[in-house]
Ligand binder design. Structure first.
Ligand code: NOJ
Length: 729
């Protein structure tokens, strides 16, 4: 974070002038109580909406109509450093009090969960990362930054960089999947998009990397559960996305709820100070997750709130989200000598530096109305992102795409719910802005009709189902999970299709008509049987406001699907966790009974990370490996041997055959996405630096070990070629 000398001087002089109360206040993100039957912190209100206790519409109604008590008096006294607000009028009103009525006029930093788009909601991260399109990831982040900054939001609690290997964990939807390399690329792109365009203060926000760290490794995929892992696993898998984002200049970090090897991240000095700041060079501030300082008491790591607050601050946690424990207890902890004034000053300085970097001292307010939210350009980007995030999983006999005049029956309750396109954590989404699948498909295919057969929230209506099966020449079944089934606090022990949706698949199995399933879900699902019962399967995730159009255009071929899976699909729930880059065992799954597998299912995932089909056919040619002093390069031609222009994702995996620690069976080390016109070919070059062929051991050392490596270039589909090479470093 670069500040001018003048700005640095201003910060120092402010710190000299501040009273202890004013300093501690900077470390406080005020909890907001809302009058009108919802006397709960704002963060909890958001959680209620996220977990389905409150519908999105109810949430917005409360936000719009409730009389809000935003601690105006405390802001006036300079006792609040940050708040969460999502409307420009409130943001301006409170900021004005902070600037004009508090003694030192220090602006508030206003944060919000802007996870995958602000008003223009784009695909959930799990889907968008599957585009393998770095530029797209950057542009959607930039759009969200601009839309929200114009509404007075300076700080996004995003990107979420939790590696998720266990599909039972509901928060799989919020991150970019199971692979550290892809998620690191995603992280870098998101930081660039959110933070880098500083040509105007209205163009950027502070990013917040979360949840630091290991949150996705919660035991059994149960949210908030304990996490244990070796140093080597932490460094090789869970830390790389955070390091990539820090290297890209991320300005804030959120500590995770979970304990890591016995120490809750909120009070984990080794993670928040030794590693994050001293080793990785992070120079921004760290915020707790909502109410997490108080939860240290429940964790049993602190006997009371004062101890929890002192431990958190000492660990390197600068801002308290939601509990006001810093506000209430830090003075006492200073008086008793549990913490030092220097520690308080350090935290204050880090927060003031981010406020300065955001331009808040010069531009505290927003002008109304200035936002380009939901503009035609933004909607076009949302459509592009949605289309590029769709994964074609199955397409028997090239059933798809369908001619525009096809007579189609659409069934499945999710198809007709515009509220379900948003995905979890889209708190600024409004149902009226979402395009349902029925809206999109009936527009694209004039002879299509939706039949209200039920199957998810309501029982199947047999008579209407029979009518639907009789009407169309092609039957489209939309199935999956409600938005409230993924995101925070939505772990599921059984990740098969909820409700009676499996029965709908069964009804299609022996039908004498082509059938297509469109999946809408925020996690991989256990759908092996169902996939076998239909002719084509499109994984559409939760694609944001333009979902209906994107899916319809994919069915018609106006969009040629090109995304890949960011997470492996288990065959059954009991197989979780299943992920492609697992360590070798001494007994890899084989024909013998005494190998590492389950007795009752086929070994391996149903679909692996990196898998996805296209309407085009590609062929690899002239694949050559070149070794230079610094790198390994793979050069190849990708030919489109079909009649349809398409996009191909060329992936480079490396297998380190022998190591001083057991190595993963393979790891992604590079990718390129290319557009190839029909009957054309494009040269592709993939490169991996030799220094990136090492791994971290349990002593925290990076090891680059000589030996045999296998380099595999593949499209995650029918093309694949491997080279074995002995390397000395
Ligand atoms: C809890 C969630 O874990 C976190 O992701 C979110 O940013 C905060 N609440 C604030 O809403």
């Amino acid at each position: 974070m670069k500040l001018s000398a003048e700005q640095e001087t201003k910060i120092q002089s402010l710190i000299r002038e501040m009273t202890l109360d004013e300093k501690i206040a900077q470390l406080n993100q005020a909890s907001v109580s809302i009058v009108g039957g919802f006397d709960v912190p704002f963060s909890e209100l958001i959680e209620m909406m996220t977990d389905g206790r409150l519908s999105q519409d109810e949430f917005h109604k409360i936000m719009a109509t409730s009389e809000k008590d935003y601690h105006e008096e405390e802001i006036k006294q300079g006792l609040v450093g940050s708040i969460m607000v999502q409307d420009p009028e409130t943001s301006n009103r409170l900021q004005k009090i902070a600037i004009e009525e508090s003694r030192l006029g220090i602006p508030l930093i206003i944060g919000l969960d802007v996870i995958h788009g602000y008003k223009t909601v784009v695909p959930i991260a799990l889907a968008e990362a599957g585009s393998f399109d770095r530029d797209l990831m950057r542009r959607t982040a930039q759009m969200a930054a601009k839309e929200s900054r114009a509404d007075g939001i300076h700080w996004h609690f995003a990107p979420m960089l939790d590696i998720s290997r266990d599909a039972r964990w509901g928060r799989v939807s919020e991150g970019g999947g199971e692979d550290p390399y892809l998620l690191s690329q995603f992280a870098k792109a998101k930081i660039e998009g959110l933070q880098n365009d500083q040509s105007s203060h209205l163009n950027y926000v502070a990013a917040c990397l979360k949840h630091y760290v290991g949150y996705g490794a919660c035991e059994g995929g149960r949210d908030y559960n304990t996490v244990s892992m070796s140093e080597s696993l932490l460094r090789n898998v869970y830390l790389p996305p955070f390091r990539a984002a820090i290297d890209a200049g991320a300005t804030t970090v959120m500590a995770a709820f979970n304990d890591l090897n016995g120490v809750p991240c909120t009070v984990n000095r080794e993670m928040l100070t030794d590693k994050l700041r001293e080793e990785f060079g992070f120079d921004g501030f760290v915020v707790s997750d909502a109410n997490a300082i108080r939860e240290c008491v429940a964790h049993g790591i602190a006997s009371d709130e004062a101890e929890a607050g002192a431990k958190a601050l000492y660990a390197g946690l600068d801002m308290d989200m939601g509990t006001e424990i810093y506000l209430k207890t830090l003075k006492g902890s200073l008086a008793s000598g549990t913490i030092s004034l220097e520690t308080v000053d350090q935290a204050v300085e880090r927060i003031l530096r981010v406020k300065m970097w955001l331009g808040l001292f010069d531009h505290p307010y927003v002008e109304l109305p200035e936002s380009d939210e939901l503009s035609e350009d933004n909607k076009a980007l949302a459509l592009e992102a949605a289309e590029k995030s769709i994964v074609l999983l199955k397409n028997k006999d090239d059933l798809l795409p369908l001619p525009i005049d096809t007579k189609i029956s659409i069934i499945g309750e999710l198809a007709n719910k515009a509220s379900e396109v948003s995905g979890a954590w889209a708190i600024s989404f409004r149902e009226k802005d979402g395009v349902s699948l029925v809206e999109g498909i009936t527009k694209e295919f004039p002879n299509s009709r939706y039949f209200e057969v039920g199957g998810l929230e309501t029982p199947i209506n047999e008579a209407i189902l029979q009518e639907a099966l009789a009407y169309g020449d092609v039957i489209i079944l939309v199935a999956g999970e409600l938005v409230s089934m993924s995101g925070e606090a939505t772990s599921r022990a059984d990740i098969s299709l909820p409700g009676e949706q499996s029965k709908l698949f069964a009804a299609l199995e022996n039908l004498d008509k082509p059938t297509v399933a469109i999946l809408m879900n925020g996690r991989p699902m256990a759908i092996e049987k169902e996939v076998g019962q239909v002719d084509a399967v499109i994984e559409a995730w939760h694609l944001g406001i333009q979902m209906g159009h994107a899916v319809a255009r994919t069915l018609s071929g106006a969009n040629n699907p090109s995304a890949r899976l960011t997470v492996s699909f288990p065959r059954v729930s009991g197989q979780c966790p299943v992920y492609y880059n697992h360590p070798n065992t001494g007994r890899p799954a084989g024909r013998s009974k005494f190998t590492s597998k389950y007795m009752d299912i086929e070994p391996g995932a149903l679909y692996d990370f990196g898998y996805g089909l296209s309407y085009s056919r590609f062929a690899f040619g002239n694949v050559v490996l070149k070794e230079t002093a610094e790198s390994i390069q793979i050069i190849l031609d990708v030919s489109n041997i079909s009649d349809r222009d398409g996009e191909e994702v060329v992936q480079l995996y490396v297998t380190d055959k022998v190591g001083s620690l057991v190595r993963p069976v393979k790891e992604l080390k590079g990718f390129e996405k290319v557009t190839v016109a029909s009957k054309e070919k494009v040269a592709v070059e993939l490169r991996v630096d030799k220094k990136d062929l090492g791994f971290w051991n349990n002593q925290g050392q990076y090891c680059l070990e000589d030996g045999d490596f296998i380099f595999t270039v593949t499209d995650g589909n029918e093309n694949s070629e491997s080279f074995e090479l002995n390397l000395s470093f």
